[in-house]
Design a protein around this ligand. Structure first.
Ligand code: TXA
Ligand code: MG
Length: 337
């Protein structure tokens, strides 16, 4: 029987105890967060952390985020955190914001990929916050997908991707935000956005009182791309190539592809276009938050139909859509257009 989402407190209690036991024994637990599911291990156990990389198929020099119960734990992982770091943690945690800070001595190289910085975040999910409180330590966790593929936003996605390789999957229901956290580095003289997410750069600037530099352009082989795999251009890709097109070009493009004997799938925005019934289709809402929450599940569902390509109605370009457009750009990269 597949496990159902938590309903009874006694059930939650037993599952949390089991998760703490697995973590303490050096095992790997898939954890729900408000952004995407993570693949977690005890951040102070290098062997357990290396096991995460093995399961994901991720190169070992790619650093992981350490998940914490709250802002009061930052000092355990980063010595003398700056006022800006603490202001951001206190304002946005628990929430979809990751801070890259100078690392403390105790942070294993397995977590940081040997860098002198560490990424920290307190996730906003009741189950995982309760787990972090009980466990007491930090949980190092990347997204719980195979390297280079779409992040999981349900427990079933995790099982589909990683199956028996994970010791325990904590099912916390579908992820509320559905896109990975905003990452900001507070290392040099100027704060720098490394990955856009639900918390925009203006909101960060407002709290720290200085501008936040935009991410470096994700040029395939730049240093940033190596240090931050989320910055690799072709990250987050479904199997089928993606093609973004304006809404008014959709039907024309579709009939052309069908004429050429292709089997496209289609991801709509806001309203259902008129399409031949045999075309696999998914529809996402026309607001950025709703779109982001459904995007990865929709791409997985369409990809499962094994289309030759996925046509997406391109979302608008506004600031609200920064994270969505960032992920779509990466997912479409390498699709040959
Ligand atoms: O929403 C999220 O952030 C999810 C949930 C599970 O918390 N996690 C996530 O982890 O997306 P992951 O490993 O898929 O992406 C984390 C990103 C990677 O691109 C990694 O390179 C970057 O954070 N990162 C981690 N430590 C870093 C560091 N010290 N300096 C620069 N980038 C770092
Ligand atoms: Mg990831």
């Amino acid at each position: 029987m597949p496990r159902s989402p938590l309903n009874a407190p006694a059930d939650a209690d037993a599952r949390l105890s089991e998760a703490v036991d697995v973590l303490s024994a050096g095992g790997v637990v898939a954890i729900p967060t408000e952004t995407v599911y993570g693949l977690g291990a005890d951040a102070e156990n290098p062997a357990a952390v290396r096991h995460i990389f093995a399961i994901k198929g991720r190169p070992a020099n790619h650093p992981l985020i350490v998940h914490l119960a709250g802002a009061d734990r930052v000092g355990d992982w980063s010595p003398q955190p700056s006022a800006a770091a603490m202001a951001l943690a206190e304002r946005f945690w628990p929430g979809p914001l990751t801070l890259v800070l100078p690392r403390a001595e105790r942070v294993p190289d397995a977590v940081t990929g040997g860098q002198d910085t560490v990424a920290l975040r307190a996730p906003d999910h009741p189950l995982t916050l309760a787990l972090l409180e009980r466990f007491g330590g930090g949980i190092a966790a990347p997204s719980a997908n195979r390297f280079g593929r779409i992040s999981p936003t349900t427990a079933q996605h995790v099982r589909d991707d990683l199956g028996a390789a994970v010791d325990l999957v904590l099912d916390g229901g579908p992820c509320r935000i559905g896109l990975e956290s905003t990452i900001v580095a507070l290392i040099g003289p100027r704060p720098q956005l490394l990955r856009p997410g639900a918390i925009g750069p203006e909101a960060l600037s407002e709290v720290i009182g200085k501008p936040v530099d935009p991410p470096l352009k994700h040029a395939g082989a730049s240093e940033a791309a190596v240090r931050t795999p989320g910055a690799l251009a072709a990250h987050y890709a479904p199997r089928a190539p993606l093609e973004l097109i304006p809404a008014d070009a959709l039907t024309g493009r579709l009939s052309k592809l069908l004429d050429h004997g292709e089997r496209p799938a289609c991801l709509g925005l806001g309203e259902r276009p008129s399409l031949p019934a045999e075309i696999p289709f998914a529809l996402l809402p026309a607001d950025a938050a709703g779109y982001g929450a459904g995007l990865y599940a929709a791409l997985r569902a369409l990809d499962a139909a094994r289309p030759d390509r996925i046509l997406l109605v391109a979302p608008p370009a506004g600031a609200d859509w920064l994270a969505v457009n960032d992920r779509l750009r990466r997912a479409a990269h390498g699709s040959g257009r």
